[in-house]
Design a protein around this ligand. Structure first.
Ligand SMILES: Cc1cc2nc3c(=O)[nH]c(=O)nc-3n(C[C@H](O)[C@H](O)[C@H](O)COP(=O)(O)O)c2cc1C
Length: 324
């Protein structure tokens, strides 16, 4: 799959942007595990142009994370263009526009998935961003606003005509939020549109290597993107790559591997964030890292209460020894 001059290889598997989860540390670990490209958390275009710390801090990434996409959200053409210019100063490989976020705080300002209800405006803003960005611009969106308005087949083609390099489709409507089942049949319909020629990246509910392979085989997408299932399970990328490239199933990683990845993620995170934030953010990943361990409840409680780096690291050691 190519985005302009950027080659992401055959059947790339991408890490989805996730607020409060896909910071620099987790992105790096996922890249090392085989994610073909990683995305920042969504960045408010309004916040950026006001130089709000919460937004500017999300622009930062390390060279080792590349290929790296910075994702912007917003609703105003001038603000989005200015924010895209600011994001470009960091020289990301890709600028991604978020036309899919369903949360009230975002859609109430006409941003994210709300733009699916105003396609002419979505097209106008996307075109304006494509004009000022001299790297690939991509869009991430959903099937439509609600059950009665699943307009993705038309929207995808119109977005393609703005000059974007790829489109990611999360196979849900805004109304579904994250509930129900993702319905990939409409992604298939987008793929069947003979006028579509940019890569389509499918997203929604993939949580194991077999499903990943099926997404490529059944729907013919150029790439897939994984969010929740990769949280705290960065090795999922390795397992998927192994199945796709070698046709073999890799076992779940042992306790040594899990705890050392967890440790690494915390230590990497501490290079970017203060101790309190780094420790808090790790909590989102423990259900993944320690999934399926019998009688894990007490350790989980302790992990959720630990407040310092030392406490957390010594718990990782205890867990490793206990489950060795
Ligand atoms: C906690 C959380 C935060 C998210 N933040 C973003 C975001 O910042 N930008 C975005 O485009 N999508 C965001 N998403 C949506 C995911 O990128 C993805 O589209 C969705 O989770 C479906 O994929 P999955 O089933 O593989 O998780 C978020 C999802 C979750 C669960």
């Amino acid at each position: 799959m190519r985005l302009g001059t950027l080659d992401l290889g055959t059947h790339p598997v991408l890490l989805a942007p996730m607020e409060d989860i896909t910071g620099p540390a987790f992105r790096l670990i996922c890249r090392e595990a085989g994610a073909a490209m990683v995305y920042s958390e969504f960045i408010s275009s309004e916040g950026l142009i006001r130089n709000a710390m919460k937004s500017t801090v999300k622009l930062r990434f390390s060279e080792a994370e590349r290929p790296m996409a910075l994702q912007l959200f917003g609703a105003d053409e001038k603000v989005m263009v200015e924010a895209a210019r600011m994001a470009m100063e960091e020289q990301p490989d890709v600028i991604d526009i978020n036309w899919g976020c369903p949360v009230r705080k975002v859609v109430s300002k006409d941003a994210g998935a709300a733009m699916l209800k105003d396609v002419p405006r979505m097209i106008r803003i996307t075109s304006a961003v494509v004009r000022v960005v001299n790297r690939p611009v991509t869009v991430k969106t959903r099937l439509g606003w609600d059950e009665k308005s699943k307009n993705i087949v038309e929207v995808a083609e119109r977005l393609q005509n703005t000059g974007i390099s790829a489109i990611t489709i999360h196979a849900r409507t805004r109304q579904q939020l994250y509930g129900g089942k993702a319905d990939w049949t409409l992604i298939g319909e987008v793929m069947n549109n003979p006028r579509m020629n940019i890569p389509v990246i499918g997203n929604g509910d993939i949580d194991n290597p077999v499903q990943a392979r099926e997404a490529f085989d059944r729907f013919g997408v150029a790439g897939i993107m994984i969010g929740r299932a990769a949280t705290g399970r960065p090795w999922l990328f390795k397992q998927i790559r192994h199945l796709l490239d070698k046709g073999e199933t890799l076992p779940e990683p042992d306790m040594d591997t899990r705890t050392s990845l967890c440790r690494r993620q915390l230590l990497e995170s501490l290079k970017w964030k203060n101790e309190k934030t780094a420790v808090l953010e790790m909590r989102k990943h423990y259900s993944g890292y320690f999934k399926g361990l019998p009688f894990f409840r007490d350790f989980k409680l302790k992990l959720m209460q630990a407040a310092t780096k030392e406490e957390v690291l010594s718990l990782f050691d205890l867990i490793r020894e206990h489950y060795a």
